[in-house]
Design a binder for this molecule. Sequence first.
Ligand SMILES: Nc1ncnc2c1ncn2[C@@H]1O[C@H](COP(=O)(O)OP(=O)(O)O)[C@@H](O)[C@H]1O
Ligand SMILES: [Mg+2]
Length: 264
Amino acid sequence: MITIDGVTRTFGPVTALSDLRLEIGTGEFLAVIGRSGCGKSTLLRLISGLVKPTGGRILIDGEPVRKPRRDVAMVFQRPALLPWRSVLDNVLLPVEIFRWKRAEHRDRAMHLLETTGLTDFAARLPHELSGGMQQRVSLCRALIQQPKVMLMDEPFSALDALTREELAIELQRIHMEMGTTIVFVTHSIQEAVLLADRTAVLSARPGRLRQMVEMRIPRPRSFGHNAHLDEVAEASAELHQLLLSDHLPAAPRPLTRGSVPPSR
Ligand SMILES: Nc1ncnc2c1ncn2[C@@H]1O[C@H](COP(=O)(O)OP(=O)(O)O)[C@@H](O)[C@H]1O
Ligand SMILES: [Mg+2]
């Protein structure tokens, strides 16, 4: 459903992504992992239509992406809620932006808040909520669009470890229920292994596809009590190895005994 067809993006002298080729299937959960600066956020912005490729093209359901689409939602690292609007009104923000009828979407907004445990907070302001709860609100705000595609840029990385786990489990449930196609950028091998059908490992800048790793681990998965520990360990080790080996310095040349550094 999403085709990244030989996509290159440069910013002045910097090549952020180079000739990236990827096919993402309908309903797939794809994790994207790679070092800082390898172009992960750029990739999401390209898919969302916020940034245009300098080379190659991106198709969603066969159509070239030219501008942001309503059926593609984005979730960022920071919740970016409007501080003066209630939780419910933040969730309903896309409804206003798209000039949909509020009354028709209010029940669904309340339902989304219910499924993320926020019913009692619908009338509160964002600052009254913890970071994890705020990120849940931004997840609901993305889901109210009923997106075909959800682009998530390190959405849990600003949260503490336990909250991160809870939200990851919740996202897995939402993905299993709704079948949304998700492209999920993360630094966390653990999150990739818990959530993804496949993980695209990008090389250091310029970002290219270094390897695609399949997670053949039955769902639902969990961090703690995982019945499939062997598969989890194997996939984690593979991702670790790929990320580490990308940055290993070239093997040092052996110094011969008594050699002196060349003088200038
Ligand atoms: N709007 C921009 N203008 C200039 N350089 C940019 C812009 N966006 C990204 N870059 C550069 O492109 C590279 C990749 O950035 P980014 O996609 O944010 O990486 P990542 O999300 O993997 O850390 C970086 O070197 C970054 O400085
Ligand atoms: Mg980034």
